[in-house]
Structures are given as structure tokens and as C-alpha cells.
Design a protein around this ligand. Structure first.
Ligand code: SAM
Length: 332
């Protein structure tokens, strides 16, 4: 049993080396404590959660990346009859079945049920959820660092399209900013509200505006949100996010870029190479079935009116990271 106060006594078992090992459904996670804080580490995974490589550079959303032609034709047929979006959600929930839900605590915060992890990351695997989330949070801080910025120096941070807090949970010990999360999916936000006490959460509508005043935040982050929205929605949300950002505030968004170019069809690749945004299944906007691919030029075009690009870092977790700064003279 772990001896530290603060960790609930949920099915822990002593492990070699004095770690607390938590038997979650899809992995065993060791909780390690040191003077630097608490971190969780995967110590065992069954075959069904090891089947996909988690090597750095692989997207967290590979399940939704382009697959074979057969699968694509099925998706096209479903899209034509308006079933792609609802069935995409059911497919994710079905894929979560092998992972029974447990109210498990790993890293001091509860884990979301597998079906919610599946919705945001395409996998119900607890170990992968924690590992990927930690890596993304670190990558965001790294990209900020390249522009001389630090997360703990901001005052109000918004994770737009926060899902079930895969990234936000890793900032629970960051002192300084107030953290906010917003998502279109009320189930994801309900879970964050109940389980992430350091985050203030809200549900937003599928289209702007956000229910908050102008200039409310100095940093907004979107991990893998514009990857699932068509062009008009991206433009509308970028305008709205500029409104809620302070002049000079920063926005970091991630997109599918060159890393995925080889998976595109010849026609799609030609558009992509010509600098155009490619969007598959725009009718399924906001769900993982809708997939957008941004060449760097498309990001510049999207941002041009209100933002300057401060950094562009390709292919971290399969996604390109663009750090934008709201121009002080831009329209709100
Ligand atoms: C691939 S998931 C990523 C979630 C989270 N950023 C993460 O990394 O775990 C995409 C998220 O965007 C959310 N989303 C899609 N359309 C949205 C919209 N119009 N407004 C807010 N969130 C949206 C989805 O509900 C989902 O949680």
C-alpha cells in the first residue's frame, strides 16, 4: 500500500522498488514520488494495449488517420446518408469495450472512463492516455520555451477543445495561471468539472461565441481540435479566440501536416502540396471522423488577419505545433 497521504487506497499493491502499482484495466501504472513531485509510469501492459507503437512522433489519433481504400469507401457511403458522425462516436465507444471502467487514480487524479479516453485519443488505454497527455503537455511547454515564454508566467490559460483533460491534468501542480477548459461535448466537460479541481470548465456551442468577456486569457491552446474542423469553423473559431485573447496574447494550435502527406490520395496530396487545406468528411465536423490536413501555408493564411506566427514545430506526436501571437493592432 502506498504510504503517502493524498492517494486513495484503491486496489494498490506493493511493487519492487517501493512504488505503488495500480492495476488499471489496460495497464499497471507505477506511482513514483520524489522531491520533484509525483509521476506515473507504465510498468506493464497486456497485449491488446501494446498492439500500437507509442514511439514518439506517432499521432495520438492514428485510428482516425487515413486508412485503406475499403474503409474510406465505407466512410464515404455513411457520410452520404448522414450516418458517419453518429456512427464514428459509437465506433469509439465499441472500441473501448475491452477496457472495463474503474474509478482508478494514477498521478493523484482520477482517470476518465475508457469511453471518454477513447473519444479524445482513439484508444481506451489508460497507460497511453497518461503517457501521451504528459508528452503533449511537455511539448507545449517546449514550444513556448522556443519563443521565450513560460506556462507559469501566464495568468489565464484556456484549453479549447480540452476533452477529458488529457493535457490539463498534467498542469495540476503548475502555480501561477488559472486554468480553464472548454469543449463542445458536455460529457467530457462534466467529467473534467467533477475530477479536475484545478480547472474551471465550460461547455461551448459548436459555433462561436464563447461565454466569456473579451481579453479574458493570455494563452489559449488547442491540441488536435482544428484537425477535426472544416475551414469555415476553423476561421470562425480563430476570430473568436482572438477576441478572448489579450492583445499580444499567445495561441498554440496543432494540425496534421507533412507527417500525414503520404497517406493522402493523389488528388488530396496535390492540393496539400499547393498549400491548400484538405478536409475529409466536413459534414462530421467536430468528431474524429472529420480529418483536416494543413500545409504550413494554410496555417499562415488562416492566421494572417489577426496573428503573427512566432514558432512552427513540425511533427510532435504526429502533429505540427504553431505558436501564434495576437497582433496588438488587430481587430478584436
Ligand atoms: C481529438 S480530441 C482532442 C481533445 C484534447 N485536446 C486532447 O488532446 O485530449 C478533439 C476535441 O475537440 C472537441 N471539439 C470538437 N469541435 C469543437 C468545438 N466546436 N468547440 C470545442 N471543442 C470541440 C471534441 O469534443 C474533442 O474533445
Amino acid at each position: 500500500m502506498p504510504t503517502d497521504a493524498g492517494l486513495p487506497p484503491l486496489g494498490f499493491k506493493a511493487a519492487p522498488g517501493g512504488c505503488a502499482v495500480e492495476h488499471v484495466t489496460a495497464a499497471a501504472v507505477a506511482i513514483e514520488r520524489s522531491s520533484h513531485g509525483t509521476r506515473s509510469r507504465v510498468v506493464w501492459q497486456p497485449w491488446y494495449s501494446r498492439r500500437r507503437s507509442r514511439a514518439s512522433g506517432e499521432s495520438a489519433d492514428t485510428m482516425d488517420a487515413p486508412a485503406g481504400m475499403g474503409w474510406r469507401l465505407v466512410k464515404q457511403a455513411l457520410d452520404r446518408v448522414g450516418l458517419l458522425r453518429p456512427l464514428s462516436r459509437s465506433y469509439h465507444l465499441w472500441r473501448a469495450r475491452p477496457f472495463a471502467a474503474y474509478p482508478v487514480v494514477a498521478d493523484g487524479l482520477p482517470l476518465p472512463p475508457p469511453e471518454l479516453m477513447m473519444l479524445v485519443g482513439g484508444d481506451g488505454d489508460a497507460a497511453g492516455f497518461l503517457e501521451t497527455g504528459r508528452g503533449i503537455a511537455a511539448a507545449i511547454e517546449d514550444v513556448l520555451g522556443r519563443a521565450g515564454l513560460r506556462l507559469d508566467r501566464f495568468t489565464a490559460v484556456l484549453d479549447f477543445g480540452c476533452g477529458c483533460g488529457r493535457v490539463l491534468r498534467h498542469w495540476s501542480s503548475v502555480r501561477g495561471p488559472c486554468f480553464h477548459g472548454s469543449d463542445v461535448d458536455s460529457r467530457l466537460i462534466a467529467w473534467c468539472r467533477d475530477n479536475l479541481p484545478h480547472v474551471s470548465c465550460r461547455v461551448n456551442a459548436a459555433a462561436p461565441p464563447l461565454d466569456c468577456p473579451a481579453a479574458a486569457f493570455d494563452f489559449v491552446v488547442l491540441f488536435s481540435v482544428f484537425t477535426h474542423l472544416p475551414r469555415a469553423a476553423q476561421q470562425a473559431w480563430l476570430t473568436e479566440l482572438a477576441r478572448v485573447l489579450q492583445p499580444g496574447g499567445h495561441l498554440l494550435l496543432t494540425t496534421h501536416g507533412e507527417h500525414y502527406a503520404a497517406d493522402l490520395t493523389a488528388a488530396e496530396r496535390a492540393c496539400f502540396m499547393a498549400g491548400e487545406l484538405v478536409v475529409r468528411f466536413p459534414n462530421a465536423a467536430g468528431s474524429n471522423a472529420c480529418a483536416a490536413y494543413h500545409p504550413e501555408a494554410a496555417i499562415l493564411a488562416l492566421a494572417a488577419e489577426r496573428f503573427e506566427v512566432r514558432a512552427f514545430v513540425p511533427a510532435r506526436f504526429g502533429q505540427d505545433f504553431s505558436l501564434l501571437q495576437r497582433r496588438a493592432d488587430s481587430r478584436p
